[in-house]
Design a protein around this ligand. Structure first.
Ligand SMILES: [Fe+2]
Ligand SMILES: [Fe+2]
Length: 269
């Protein structure tokens, strides 16, 4: 299918979810930690549902804070801007992901987000804070399948589970895959360029203009999946990446443990 054909598919959907306002805001807050934090706090406080969810999570045993946090500003002071931003993004994306993508997509998104951020930190990247969002959103293109044709969506999943390559299975059933449609959706939602590129190229990071970023998501995506079905790195891609992870098994366990705690909190909302 051509890009125009895929756009026609998207336009034919009865209800394409809108990107929540708070997500757009959280993704665009400027890097200045002070004005960024104040700016984000103001936006969030206008959204009472998200504020309530955030406060419930920051006051949960997961963070083990001794005092009761009552405002968004306090949460940012105690946990840091980035941690709060990640919780906000997760809370705000959860309805769309669980409704259109289901439990599997939701859990995979959180697992990949935690893995990507951890890898970026390990690599000492100054932009490591951006990777939670990239991991969270990398597979968003998949939400279109369920909306477009539920029966076909199950068929693509069935093919994948029985061993077919996921992009091939989607292309066979729908004529396009989740990275192609993700790219169009990301642009339509006016997501940051880097996220859109990751949505398009996370299966083939060597083609991204943000090659190392897409590479981090590629590795994060693989690491959190079944190690037997998804060998971590295909040799020809490994050569093209600029980094390596030692003790992959230990790393996988560490990431999945952290993600499980976060999911427990998010799912209890
Ligand atoms: Fe994917
Ligand atoms: Fe993925």
């Amino acid at each position: 299918m051509s890009v125009d054909d895929i756009k026609r598919v998207i336009n034919s959907l009865r209800e394409l979810p809108a990107m929540p306002n708070v997500v757009t805001k959280a993704l665009s807050v400027i890097k200045d930690p002070n004005s960024g934090a104040r700016d984000l706090a103001k936006t969030i406080e206008n959204d009472h549902a998200i504020t309530a969810e955030l406060l419930k999570i920051v006051n949960s045993p997961y963070f083990g804070l001794s005092q009761n946090i009552q405002t968004v500003g306090q949460s940012i002071t105690l946990l840091g801007f980035n941690e709060v931003k990640s919780i906000i993004l997760s809370c705000a994306m959860k309805p769309m992901m669980t409704t259109q993508g289901g439990k599997d997509l939701w859990e995979h998104a959180i697992n990949t987000a935690v893995a990507a951020e951890t890898i970026a930190k390990k690599l000492g990247r100054s932009d490591s804070d951006d990777f939670f969002a990239q991991g969270l959103m990398h597979d968003l293109g998949k939400i279109v399948f369920e909306l477009y044709n539920r029966k076909q969506a199950y068929e693509a999943i069935r093919l994948t589970k029985s061993g077919a390559d996921i992009l091939m299975a989607e292309k066979m059933v729908f004529g396009f895959d989740h990275t192609e449609v993700g790219y169009i959706l990301g642009n339509r939602w006016q997501l940051p360029k880097q996220i859109v590129s990751v949505m398009r190229h996370h299966h083939k990071p060597q083609f991204s203009e943000f090659r190392t970023s897409a590479g981090i998501i590629y590795v994060a995506d693989r690491i959190v999946q079944d190690p037997i079905k998804n060998p971590i790195l295909e040799p020809e891609i490994k050569i093209k990446l600029d980094f390596e992870i030692n003790n992959i098994e230990g790393f996988r366990r560490q990431v999945l443990d952290r993600a499980r705690m976060l999911l427990l909190n998010l799912n209890s909302l």
